[in-house]
Design a binder for this molecule. Structure first.
Ligand code: NAD
Length: 440
């Protein structure tokens, strides 16, 4: 019986690599280029599965759609929309939809690939996908936003579905947008299909606990890492950038565990209080005023001084590319927990690593959201809904198990947790690829 290697054609795969289009070229560094570098970095650890690694370097399916709508002023506008299914070896595609004027195909490809990694890292039975529309939603009326959403959903309807690819909210999309997507897909199908998207309103098949899930996951991995490193959470000082869904919930949970939240930054400014901020009061202030600005019980510091704050745990939970070559050398924390997606540039990542600062990477640290999205999808299929306590307990268990597997690989190979997460995830994806084999 010949081995699979022996059955490969005589032509070397290398003969085909010169023809890579520019967006697949690792030299062309955008988000997709960064992702390709990350895959290259883990390839030596993949053993015999490395022969499948090119699977990870090409999205399985890429759809570009025209989204024409009537504007309120009677004219017609066209927007460009994307849905990329990076990999579906382990299950249907899963990932959010972003509405932003700067969205590009390269960005959506990278985000879809990172969803493959994230879903495999927490071992939920999904592949990775992502979508987007190149539009500034702040320029649209509510009616225009609904028409953009519905036309886009209809256009990508040929590849999405509860067993094919399940969108969710991302930047500038929310529960209402998911409700419109669910309705549009259902109208086209002729039956109500709640499981086609997650992040829906609870009254339409959404899940309890979804809003807090990402912040709870951030807190859970922080607690697990603290156990391994001997850090005492109950006396730790925490600094949080971004005080929204992710950062606000994480801050609340750390404070409840006894930690002192000494600094918080949002788009309105930066607050510092060495004795610890009153997180509940700050959350109430933000709910009323829209930002941390104007909160009386704290010192206001320069936005840039946020990176010098003495703290044990730093949680970037706002935007991409916040920890850079310019500030990574100043960070005083012992641990960085990436609540946001892509908050650390690759150069800054190396600086933090060299300085012995432990980075809990986004692909595992903020996976709590997609984990509860998975619970939402399961509940929609069974039409049986769980209590919030049940959801939180299952979420914590999945995050703990995922973190333990990643920690073990990092320790065994003496690599960063980011590289370890990629090793765990890539092995799971490529093992599924290997078991399934190639069709035809
Ligand atoms: P959000 O809109 O609820 O909150 C964003 C926060 O960032 C706000 O407090 C805002 O004031 C702050 N912010 C914006 N611009 C800033 C700036 N220039 N400087 C400092 N702070 C700024 O968003 P979110 O849902 O909390 O998401 C935050 C990050 O987490 C994003 O990167 C998102 O992709 C990522 N993420 C979110 C989820 C989720 O379930 N919500 C899941 C995974 C990853």
């Amino acid at each position: 019986m010949p081995t699979p290697q022996a059955m490969q054609p005589a032509t070397s795969p290398a003969a085909f690599t010169h023809a890579l289009p520019s967006y697949l070229n690792p030299e062309h560094l955008g988000p997709w280029g960064i992702y390709l570098q990350q895959v290259d970095r883990v390839t030596p650890y993949l053993g015999s599965l490395a022969r499948w690694v090119d699977t990870l370097k090409r999205p399985k399916r890429t759809l570009i759609v025209d989204v024409p709508i009537h504007l309120d002023n009677g004219t017609v506008a066209h927007f460009e929309g994307y849905r990329v299914q990076h990999n579906t070896s382990r299950g249907p595609g899963k990932g959010g939809v972003r509405f932003h004027q700067d969205v590009t195909l390269s960005e959506v490809m990278a985000l879809s690939a990172w969803m493959s990694i994230k879903n495999a890292a927490v071992n939920v039975p999904y592949g990775g996908a992502k979508g987007g529309i190149r539009v500034d939603p702040r320029q649209l009326s509510k009616g225009e936003l609904e028409r953009v959403t519905r036309r886009y959903t209809s256009e990508i309807g040929i590849i999405i579905g509860p067993t094919k690819d399940i969108p969710a909210p991302d930047v500038n999309t929310n529960e209402q947008v998911m409700a419109w997507m669910m309705d549009t897909y259902s109208m086209n199908e002729g039956s109500t299909s709640t499981g086609v998207v997650t992040g829906k309103p609870v009254d339409l098949g959404g899940s309890l606990g979804r809003r807090e899930a990402t912040g709870r996951g951030v807190f859970t991995v922080g607690v697990e890492a603290a156990k391994h490193t001997g850090m005492d959470i109950s006396t730790a000082r925490v600094a949080v950038q971004g005080f929204g869904n992710v950062g606000g919930v994480a801050a609340k949970l750390f404070a409840a565990a006894g930690a002192r939240v000494v600094a918080v930054q949002d788009h309105g400014g930066t607050l510092y209080r060495e004795a610890g901020l009153d997180v509940a009061a700050l959350l109430a202030h933000v709910a009323q005023h829209g930002s941390v600005a104007g909160f009386a019980q704290a010192e206001v510091i320069d936005n840039d001084a946020f990176w010098d704050v003495p703290c044990d745990i730093l949680i970037p939970a706002a935007l991409e590319q916040q920890i850079t070559q310019a500030n990574a050398g100043r960070i005083q924390a012992k641990m960085v927990i990436e609540g946001a997606n892509g908050p650390t540039t690759p150069e800054a990542d190396d600086i933090l690593h060299d300085r012995g600062i432990l980075v809990l990477p986004d692909v595992i640290a903020n996976a709590g959201g997609v984990t509860v999205s998975y619970f939402e999808w399961v509940q929609d299929f069974s039409s049986f809904f769980w209590s919030e306590d049940e959801i939180n307990a299952r979420l914590v268990k999945i995050m703990q198990d995922a973190f333990a597997a990643v920690w073990q690989v990092a320790d065994a190979n003496k690599v960063s947790l980011r590289t370890a997460t990629f090793i765990v995830a890539c092995k799971r994806i490529l093992h599924a690829r290997d078991l399934r084999g190639l069709y035809p």
